[in-house]
Design a protein around this ligand. Structure first.
Ligand code: NAP
Length: 250
């Protein structure tokens, strides 16, 4: 493992991604905060990193856009050197809808960001981390969802299926690049207090579901970030191919 810890957090400008950035900065990672549209949010996270003595760059890129992903990794190479740690966090969901009403354009948007985006970022990361490619090893954490096992019926089965793909990506890639010095794991959160639920048309979704959860409450982004940063760290040095559920006991 390279001495310098260089981390890319896709979708690092808000929600769970922003919490990962802030936590990892304290642990000494130099960080690229990726975002798609909201530059002000990315700049605010970057400022919070600087305020605690850390170093972060921001980079706008749609993770579903291959050329944009390649350019983002090149920008990280130039600023910090080759990536050592990746958190595939960027994802979208769309308005709650039954499968019978979903059109192909929606399915393509969801799968392009959530699945293809994660694959592309893994590819570029592996080319820098893998000892097969002259790298020094690394760690990838994929942000899946409990939706992958629960299915999100009546809400967004497309999103849930995209996270099923992330679970399989994690299982397969862990075996493929484990021998090349790269650990790959996933977290499967659910019902975390972020703005993502508003994208589904129900900003109060976590409050609605919380009473049905064994723990009786939703989760905070910082709680998910703590587990992600642990998986990134040497404290998790023998954890590979795992899917860590963080869904209030569900
Ligand atoms: P969020 O608050 O909606 O934030 C999404 C982030 O992703 C933003 O930084 C956004 O940037 C970025 N983004 C969206 N599309 C992108 C694209 N195509 N390319 C690059 N960046 C893009 O989301 P969140 O709730 O923190 O969720 C983070 C991760 O946790 C996701 O993988 C999600 O599926 C997973 N998750 C969340 C929950 C939950 O309850 N919140 C539960 C299970 C799993 P802009 O603002 O610039 O668009």
């Amino acid at each position: 493992m390279a001495h310098d810890k260089i981390l890319l957090v896709t979708g690092g400008s808000r929600g769970i991604g922003a919490a990962v950035v802030e936590r990892a900065a304290i642990d000494g990672y130099r960080i690229c905060i990726n975002y798609q549209r909201n530059r002000a949010a990315a700049e605010a996270v970057q400022a919070r990193v600087a305020a605690c003595g850390g170093e972060a760059m921001i980079h706008a890129a749609d993770v579903a856009d291959e050329a944009a992903v390649v350019a983002m990794f090149a920008a990280i190479d130039q600023r910090f050197g080759p990536l050592t740690h990746l958190v595939n966090n960027a994802a979208v969901l769309e308005t709650q809808m039954r499968v019978a009403d979903m059109d192909a354009a929606r399915l393509q948007r969801v799968l392009a960001c959530n699945v293809i985006g994660s694959f592309l970022c893994c590819r570029e990361a592996i080319r820098r981390m893998s000892i097969r490619h002259g790298g020094a090893g690394g760690v990838i954490v994929n942000v899946s969802s409990a939706a992958a096992r629960l299915g999100s019926a009546g809400e967004y089965v497309d999103y849930a299926a995209s996270k099923g793909a992330i679970d399989t990506l994690t299982t397969g890639l862990a075996k493929e690049v484990g021998p090349e010095g790269i650990r790959v794991n996933a977290v499967r959160p659910a019902f975390i207090e972020t703005a993502m639920h508003a994208s589904g048309g129900e900003p109060g979704r976590v409050a609605r579901i919380a009473p049905q959860l064994p723990m009786g409450r939703g989760g905070q982004p910082a709680e998910v970030a703590a587990t992600i940063v642990w998986l990134l760290s040497e404290a998790a040095s023998y954890v590979c191919g795992a899917h860590v559920d963080m869904a209030g006991g569900l």
